[in-house]
Design a protein around this ligand. Sequence first.
Ligand code: URA
Length: 438
Amino acid sequence: MSTALFPQHVIARKRDGFELGRAEIEAFTRGATDGSWADYQLSALLMAIYLKGMTPAETVLLTEGMLRSGTVADLSSVKARKADKHSTGGVGDKVSLHVAPMVAACGVAVPMISGRGLGHTGGTLDKLESIPGFRVGLSMDAYIKQVRDIGLCLIGQTSELAPADRKLYSLRDVTATVECIPLICASILSKKLASGIDVLVLDVKFGRGAFMKEKARARELAVALTTVANSMGTPTRAVLTSMDEPLGHAVGNAVEVAESIACLKGAGARDLMEVTFAIGEQMLLLAGCTKDRAEARARLEATLSSGAALGKFREMVAAQGGDPAVADDVTLLPKAGIIRDMPGEKAGFVVDVDPMGVALAALQLGAGRTRAEDPVDPAVGIDRLVKVGDRLEAGAPLYRIHANSERALGEANELMRKAIVIGETRRAPGPLVDEIIG
Ligand code: URA
């Protein structure tokens, strides 16, 4: 090892504001993977990056180093174009569950490697695992075979994929270095590009219910993500979407799967379908399968009216060991002990539904986790949630709670009451899709 590559020298160079080169960044990602850097040295460099930032060139090198710390899935045996999507996450965001079969039903393969949520509800994997028997832990060979056979597979991050990210993310979580655009960028892209895709669409959310609250910061992240991914050779676009109320009517795990199945049957909520079509259109366009947005939209709509997307969902569930009958009968999903409609008191219009209030209620019920090792309760959550702009009669239900104890129901209900504001004048919900970047 040349002296310049001792961890303390790399840390000092970033601390002093210099741009790191390939060898230095590779030493860091190798050190995170093989243990040759101690946790305190990795953490010190993470903090220096947090404070001093990284140039686009450094961010590309970091992403490449993290990507190459593990295996990259070889999907060359899949003849179709391969598109994936990733969302930076928001309350009630279940778009992956139904947009993936819609796009796959258009002939574009969707190999999706997703995460578990650390927050108010589970992530895509937790939601899928609420389907009885569904397995997200397939081997790399089984994943490749399923993408080849049915053009759709949704699995969890395996230990072979981007191990440097797993190590660095766990340190960022406990060293106050999560909210750093170059680190977020390398973390997201190293995992996504390891899944063997041709093109990528990102849903970067801003607003009260999103990971990035401020639009300007979310836009900065979207620009960084698309710049880095495109310069690494993967055509990528970001859809900047606002999240000021929960997406759709359900927040939880099984309740969100049921809502996604409703979307596949053509009965999705307006806001949820607006985001779904925006993402799906960009996936088809980038994959080169349609010439413009109008054609992409028509093809996606046709997958719903023909039942092709629901059929794809059924095929995926069956291939991954789940009960495909859930696609036709959502009562087969896990059921909470108490399911209760909660009425409002006064008549009027819904003028606000605070997504973080709803998120906290879902967490209180047990739908999410506060520590990575915690289990989630698949059955609990909130559905039939009113939307901003809805007109209500006195005593009409505002939402339905799925709980496994009266105590949890009472606590969640208090949080829900505070989250919803009823007024006398109708406030129309704003548009959700703000900008397409890249
Ligand atoms: N999601 C990730 O995978 N990584 C981050 O750094 C932030 C969100």
